[in-house]
Design a protein around this ligand. Structure first.
Ligand code: CA
Length: 221
């Protein structure tokens, strides 16, 4: 899962990026409205954290412009304390959730997980698909009675595959959702991580579709 954090306060943005990275997300940051709007349209983010008070272009305008163009990615807005009308305007502009400053990063992470789960049509509790249980708090996976720890990339890759179970995902799509802009990418690295995941959860749970990509729990080959 890859997220965009839009916040002009460098200290807060740094804390948000660090907290979300620890929670297993690939994270990009933006400090002004115009840049954020372009990034949000250009890259396939799974969710966005959007401060409303931004230089260049307000968060509300950025959000309205995304929605007007049909960009429906989940957005959590950050509002100033006591500004209740910001929440109302934010929801009217297409926000999915809000956090009033100041807040604890842990709550933002929890809301992000819940929002992503809802946006993929899932339920509460651990993510479970086809006999595989992903523990998002400990970044471990349980399959066939065995529990394994996952590295950061393995966790991000498996979560994205599980949240899109049954869909064919190309290597390019997986790359875009598993890595942020600063990540050092090597060619064929997704194949390497898929192989490692198969060793942990069983090889049949991630199917290869030749020339197309991978499917989690994909059934027939
Ligand atoms: Ca601000």
């Amino acid at each position: 899962m890859r997220v965009l954090v839009v916040e002009d306060d460098n200290t807060l943005r740094g804390e948000l990026e660090a907290g979300l990275t620890r929670a297993g997300y690939a994270v990009d940051g933006a400090a002004n409205g115009q840049v954020a709007e372009i990034m949000g349209d250009q890259f396939p983010y799974d969710a966005v954290v959007l401060d409303l008070g931004l230089p260049g272009r307000t968060g509300l305008d950025v959000l309205r412009n995304w929605r007007r163009r049909g960009n429906a990615m989940p957005v959590i807005i950050l509002t100033a304390r006591g500004q209740w009308h910001e929440k109302v305007d934010g929801f009217a502009a297409g926000a999915d959730d809000y956090m009033a400053k100041p807040f604890h990063i842990e709550e933002l992470v929890a809301r992000m997980q819940a929002l992503l789960r809802r946006s993929k049509g899932g339920t509460q509790g651990p993510l479970e698909r086809h006999g595989v249980v992903l523990h998002e708090d400990t970044q471990e996976v349980t399959a066939d009675g065995a529990t394994h720890r996952l590295t950061g990339v393995e966790f991000r890759l498996l979560r994205y595959l599980m949240m899109n179970a049954g869909r064919i995902l190309s290597k390019e799509q997986l790359d875009e959702h598993v890595y942020d802009l600063d990540a050092e990418k090597e060619s064929n690295v997704i194949e390497v991580y898929v192989r490692r995941l198969r060793q942990k959860i069983g090889k049949d749970r991630i199917r290869t579709r030749r020339g197309q990509g991978y499917v989690f729990g994909g059934g027939e080959e």
